[in-house]
Design a protein around this ligand. Sequence first.
Ligand code: NAP
Ligand code: GDD
Length: 332
Amino acid sequence: MKSKVALIFGVTGQDGSYLSELLLKNKYKVHGVKRRSSLINTKRVDHLFYDNKNFHLHYGDVTDTLSIINLIKKIKPDEIYNLAAQSHVKVSFEIPLYTADVDALGSLRILEAIKLIDKKIKYYQASSSEMFGNTDKKIQDEKTKFNPQSVYGISKVFSFYATKNYRDAHDIFACNGILFNHESSRRGETFVTKKIVDGLKKIKSGKSKKLVLGNLYSIRDWGHAKDFVYAMWKIMQMKKSDDYVISTNKQISVKKFVELVAKKLDIDIKWRGKGLNEKGYYKGRPIIEVSKKYFRPTDVNYLRGSYKKAKKLIGWKPKLDINYLIDEMLNN
Ligand code: NAP
Ligand code: GDD
C-alpha cells in the first residue's frame, strides 16, 4: 500500500516533533516546514532528519503565500497539519500584527492554497483553549462561547472559523482540534511549566537563587503533548471532518504546579505574603518571587476542558497524568 504523505507547518515546535514521530511510526512520509533563523531551530527534530529516510525538511513560512503554494504543489500531501504559530500569549500583546499575520492569516493562506490546488487534501488546524478566554462555564466544551483575551486568542478564533467555513463552503476535510495546554520536556522555555521545572532544578543544584513568576493563581488543564498529538492524528482519520476539544478535564493552579515540582525535588516551600509580595521560602530563603513583569494586561484565569465528544466519537482519552508529565519534564 502507498504510504500517506503529511505536510507539517510548525514541525520544529513541541507538537511538530511528537507528531512527526507518530506519523513516521505509522509509515507516513513526513515533510516538515522550518523557518530560516539565525540560530539552529531544528533541535527537536534533528534525530529524525539524520536517521529517517521518510522525514524531510523544507524552508517556508506561513506568512509567505508562494512558499505555501510551492510546497503543496511539490509535496502533494494527503494531510496538512497546521501547527505553525507565534504561540506565546503574552508576546501577542507586544507584537499583535505579526501574531495575527501568522496565527490568523497563516491558516487562511493554507486553506486557500488547498482550495486552489487540491480540495482532497485534509487539513488540521491547531485551535486552542485560549479561544474560550474568560468564561463562566466551569467546564468548557465544543459548545462553549468564545471570549478571547489576547490577539493570540482572537487570531485562533479567526482560524477556527476559517477552518469551519472552508469545510462548509468548499467541501474541504478541515478540522479543528481545540487543545488545552499540553506540555513536555520539549516545551518552549518561556512557558510557565517548563520555566518552573528548569528554575527549580537550577535552584536545587545551586546554579540559581530564585525563580520569578507572574500570576500564581491562574488555573490550567495541563496534559502531555505526546497524548495530544495522537488526538490530532485520530481527528484526521475520521470519515467526517469536525471540531473536538482535547483536554484532561483536571485543573490545577500555577502555584500548585510549583508545589508539585518542588516536592519531587525535595524542596519544602513555605509561602508568605500576598499579591506582588507573595514569596515562596526554602530553608528560610525566598526562592520564588512574583513580578508584575510576567502578568498580562488581560489573562485567562481558568481553563478546564471536557473531552467527552472526542472520547465518544474518536475513542480518545488522555493516558498520561500530571505526575507522569512532571517526572518526564524533570528527567529529560
Ligand atoms: P511551539 O513549540 O511554539 O511551535 C510553534 C511552531 O510554529 C514552531 O515550529 C515555529 O517555528 C513555527 N512557526 C512560528 N511562526 C511561523 C511562521 N511564520 N511560519 C512557519 N512556522 C512558524 O508550539 P506548540 O506548543 O508545539 O504548539 C503547536 C500549535 O498548537 C501552535 O499553533 C499553538 O498555538 C497551538 N496550541 C498549543 C497548545 C499547547 O499547550 N502547546 C495548546 C493549544 C494550541 P520556530 O521553531 O522557527 O519558532
Ligand atoms: N509564561 C508564563 N511565565 N506564564 C506565567 C508565568 C510566567 O512567569 N507566571 C504565571 N504565568 C501564568 C500565565 O499568566 C498564564 O495564566 C498561565 O501561567 C499559563 O501560561 P503559559 O504557560 O504561558 O501558557 P498559556 O496558557 O498562556 O498558553 C499556552 O496554552 C494555550 C492553550 O490554552 C500556549 O501553549 C498557547 O499557545 C496555547 O494555545
